[in-house]
Design a protein around this ligand. Structure first.
Ligand code: ADP
Ligand code: ZN
Ligand code: ZN
Length: 745
């Protein structure tokens, strides 16, 4: 139907517009057409209802189901050239796979400024070059230490640095302009279409000589750089995975291709970026939530045009178009931040697999604690399984020591043996990390006279007690209340915090160890990213200190002077109802343990638990993650759960419980009949109330589909969504479909 190069004028343009509806909309071409003719991939402004919206032409043809004279013409075209082909392919694939509206998928996958209609062409690029060496004696740099640093950075890049790369390092445009005014630097402008000056030398610093395992892994990767070649790089924290990524990227870029590296939200730290930027002379583009819309568009364009050979980004960076794709790497591939939990519920790792296959390029998934999915594929030979078993530093990863919480008094969540271990570590001049996966002062407030608990009015959940500032807050709906002076139920003043959160543990430790600084690191204490980085910088200098933190601290950060890690409570994940809870809590425990003893000192990890004889926890402590993962895979097989079967979850929510339940029942009845006839492999369970039935005063129901074959699951999901879209009652219930859900909550 579509024929992009044909010169015959098309009569119909089928356009994807940003709406949840899973269909394209027909328009007539506008009066003036783009210079290259109408083609799929060109953005257009079209009338839609009473508004004008920006959509993307997906098909050009001659047939419409509607009479031609009823179709509206396209108001305007925005691109002379179609958006990148590989990007369009990925959006189509994503929309189909996740059963999401194509228009909304395209919209979400575009940088904000392109969604708003900003042209792609005709933009300029700024580059800044040093004109002098930083010299502290230079009167122009007197009392300007940041400018000295900035100038030093520019000097390291003789061909100049792009604005985006400089701003990403925390400098401002004013600081750059000041250097220019002082004639210490110059600013160059080039049209964006101009090619990057060729660099004959790719590396700015030499690669490290690899150890035997790293060299073997890299050799396997080098074997097939021109084909889809999925590999799992399975190596403990500190075993040198990043060095393998760096050298793989070097090989790919040397061949004139581009590398895309995805990292978890928490992993894209200035240190990670600095490590890549100091290795390579070519531009390394970073894509993360801290960018302005302009920076994001610059980055997108730099990669789409092929000017930037290396791009590092978090989840949404999977939607970056690549002019010359060469490799996709997913670091910490098990991390749950790769899954988007609302709207378009994609998993960036899974899209990376699909994308690498489409481009016929290597795919590298790296982790110390691979997901059960990836281990399953490696076990079946779908992925090459590469191992790094040794740390580059001398010490093996610390083992988990389980310590029994039962019947022992706790102070701020900690029992005496843990406190003694902290004391000994601090006295030896080292640092301690106390991990507690709960922010706030205490999980809730309780009345000791009548048993009242601080429940949230809007959710089936308790409100968390905070002290800094004092309040009760619901972590599910964000509702806040002042802390009552007396029990709202019986009037007693005997209200006490129940359990411990980061604030309480921090307070206890500060009282126990008054001479040692205690730093709390959680979402409340680190709202400002630079404050967090500054604190980490201080901690890396190595003075004895105590760190109390949530999983923000557990992942990604190198803390070389920490030699003792305390896990305040390992039990939450052990008995949670969610089928992935054990996998995720084991991964988290191993990640936390990986913080201990990374530099020159061996580490210890003490895990407090009420269940020292829990078989899963024992297996993890005695034999490690791989042994536990093998056991969990066996259990998943027996329970017919992923990765042995595929799941999709329909979530329904409404302020009225009956409305959600009634629609869920009707959908289930319809679907059961339909699958019996068309996709007998599909199993339909529910509707059942969601694990937290009431959230923000809305009732949540869910219907689960499972199948052994993806094609059947997808057919059933497609049937379900089209039925719901056509159903008037469904407009009063909010519903969404989650293909490959990560949690059943
Ligand atoms: P991972 O990504 O697996 O956590 P890294 O690549 O960050 O491991 O390596 C951990 C540390 O070991 C880093 O400081 C790195 O510079 C160093 N390292 C890695 N590979 C080597 C090597 N072949 N020789 C010397 N040091 C290495
Ligand atoms: Zn009471
Ligand atoms: Zn709430």
């Amino acid at each position: 139907m579509s024929n992009p190069i044909s010169s015959t004028p098309f009569r119909i343009l089928r356009v994807a517009v940003p709406t949840p509806l899973r269909r394209l909309f027909d328009y007539r071409p506008g009066r003036n057409s783009p210079p290259g003719g109408w083609q799929p991939g060109i953005r257009v402004r079209v009338p839609f209802g009473r508004r004008q919206v920006i959509g993307v032409i997906m098909e050009c043809g001659d047939h419409s189901d509607f009479p031609l004279d009823q179709l509206k013409p396209v108001a305007d075209w925005l691109d002379a050239e179609p958006l990148p082909e590989d990007w369009l392919w990925l959006c189509r694939f994503t929309a189909r796979y996740y059963q999401h509206s194509l228009g909304d998928t395209l919209h979400q996958a575009l940088p904000v400024l392109l969604r708003q209609g900003r042209p792609l062409a005709g933009r300029i690029l700024e580059r800044w070059q040093a004109l002098a060496q930083p010299d502290a004696a230079d009167p122009r740099l007197k009392r300007a230490p940041r400018q000295v640093e900035l100038l030093a950075m520019l000097c390291q890049h003789p061909q100049g640095l792009h604005t985006q790369a400089i701003l990403a390092q925390g400098y401002s445009r004013e600081q750059l302009m000041t250097l220019v005014d002082k004639q210490l630097a110059t600013r160059h402008e080039t049209p964006l279409t101009a090619a990057e000056p060729a660099t004959d030398q790719l590396l700015a610093e030499p690669a490290l000589p690899l150890n035997r395992e790293q060299a073997a892994a890299l050799a396997t990767l080098h074997e097939r750089l021109d084909a889809f070649h999925p590999c799992l790089l399975h190596g403990v924290t500190g075993s040198g995975k990043t060095e393998v990524y760096l050298q793989l990227i070097e090989a790919v870029v040397a061949r004139g291709r581009q590398a895309l590296l995805l990292v978890p939200e928490i992993g894209l730290t200035p240190q990670t970026l600095a490590r890549f930027r100091s290795r390579f002379r070519v531009p390394v583009v970073a894509l993360h939530s801290g960018l302005t819309d302009n920076e994001r568009l610059d980055a997108w364009e730099a990669v789409a045009s092929g000017r930037a050979p290396i791009v590092i980004g978090t989840r949404s960076a999977i939607f970056t178009p690549l002019a010359r794709p060469g490799v996709i790497i997913v670091d910490e591939e098990h991390d749950s931040s790769f899954k988007q939990h609302e709207g378009l519920r994609y998993h960036a790792r899974d899209l990376a697999v699909a994308r690498a296959k489409h481009h016929a390029i290597p795919l590298l998934l790296g982790s110390a604690t691979p997901s059960l999915e990836s281990l399953y594929h490696a076990g079946r030979g779908n992925y090459r399984h590469l191992h790094l078993t040794r740390r580059a530093s001398r010490h093996a990863p610390a083992r988990l020591e389980l310590i029994d919480l039962r019947g022992r008094p706790r102070q701020g969540g900690l029992i005496a043996p843990a406190i003694e271990a902290i004391r000994a570590t601090l006295e030896a001049g080292h640092q301690v990390l106390v991990f507690i996966n709960r922010r706030g002062f205490a999980p809730t407030l309780a009345c000791h006279a009548c048993g009242w608990l601080a429940d949230c009015d809007s959710c089936d959940a308790r409100m968390t007690l905070h002290r800094q500032p004092p309040m009760l807050a619901c972590h599910h709906c964000d509702k806040r209340r002042p802390v009552p002076d007396a029990c709202p139920s019986c009037g007693s003043a005997d209200l006490r915090p129940l359990g411990s959160g980061t604030e309480r543990t921090e307070e206890t430790l500060a009282a126990l160890f008054p001479k040692v600084p205690v730093h709390r690191i959680d979402r409340d204490s680190t709202r400002r990213r630079d404050a967090f980085e500054q604190l980490l910088g201080e901690v890396r200098r190595g003075e004895p200190c105590l760190l109390v933190g949530t999983q923000m601290l557990a992942k990604g950060h190198h803390l070389p002077h920490v030699t003792l890690v305390i896990v305040v409570n390992a039990d939450a994940g052990l008995y949670a109802s969610d089928f992935r809870a054990l996998e995720h809590s084991a991964q988290l425990l191993v990640q936390v343990a990986g913080r201990a003893g990374r530099a020159s000192h061996p580490g210890r990890v003490l895990v407090q638990t009420l269940h020292t004889d829990d078989p899963h926890l024992r297996l993890l402590a005695d034999q490690g993650y791989d042994a536990l993962a093998e056991q969990l895979l066996e259990e998943r097989r027996a329970a017919a759960l992923p990765p042995f079967r595929f799941l999709a979850l329909l979530r329904l929510e409404s302020p009225k419980e009956e409305a959600a339940t009634a629609l869920g029942r009707e959908a289930a009845d319809m679907l059961r009949q339909w699958v019996a006839e068309h996709t007998p492999d599909v199993n339909c369970m529910g509707p059942v109330p969601a694990p937290m039935e009431r959230r923000q005063n809305r009732y949540h129901m869910q219907l689960m589909l499972s199948a052994g074959r993806r094609s059947q699951l997808h057919a059933a999901c497609a049937r379900l969504t089209s039925w719901l879209e056509a159903k008037p009652e469904a407009r009063r219930v909010r519903w969404s479909l989650d293909v490959d859900p990560q949690t059943l909550g």
